[in-house]
Design a protein around this ligand. Sequence first.
Ligand code: BEZ
Length: 271
Amino acid sequence: MNNISEQNKIGSSLKKIPLSNNWNANLYDDKHSFVSKYGEELVDILAPKPGETILDLGCGTGYLTQLISESGANVIGIDNSTEMVDKAQHQYPGIDFRIMNAEDFDFKQSLDAIFSNATLHWVLNKQRAVECMYDSLKTGGRLVLEMGGKDNVNGIIVALKNSLLKHGYVKEAGINTWYFPSLSGYTLLLESKGFRVMYAEHYDRETKLQDNDNGIKNWLKMFGGAYLRGINESETEKILDEVQENLKGTHYREGSWYADYKRLRVVAIKK
Ligand code: BEZ
């Protein structure tokens, strides 16, 4: 059972940041639940213990936060999206969820561990995120994370940018909405701040998408909104149809669509 009143004392002075990604929490749970499912292995690596205070950074709709809390740890879930946090709080009312930005939080060395699945590639000010994580952990506290690594979903990004350019959306094609670091780039960032990196892996994880008809289109609607902002609906549909069609040779087989995920997994300790 979580001690919420105790948790609420931690970091109570933190700012609530307005949402920047307009997430669709229902589409996320309906069609993209693989994000949380794959994260279960990361919870095993975290190995949460009763009584520990753990932050789930980028908790989404709270599935993994709940899984961590089943260990008896006190978990706080934070996410930048109001819609995600609202849904998480509704689904798991016994857990402390808060709207917070990964570039601007401070739990003042109170955390035994920080867990983060499929979030840090959204945080473009990576230096600040590393500082916030470092400052929030106790000495000896652990950071267990997985994010998109170098060349993650590169096939999808290239196909989308090509279609945007073809349709005259030059500015949109130039957007960089994600940070997919190499193993050496990210571990150096952590080490420069004072983390000891115990384990790091950059691996391929081709990921089956849940919609057999429109897997790529749905993935882009869910996650690629920044590239399509301002483009009207019919034009968006045309571009997404084209992207999906162009990916058929490489991202579709035996009736299913796949995304070319490349993951970066790291375990580090605050020295
Ligand atoms: C990822 O988990 O790697 C990811 C998810 C959404 C957009 C980009 C990357």
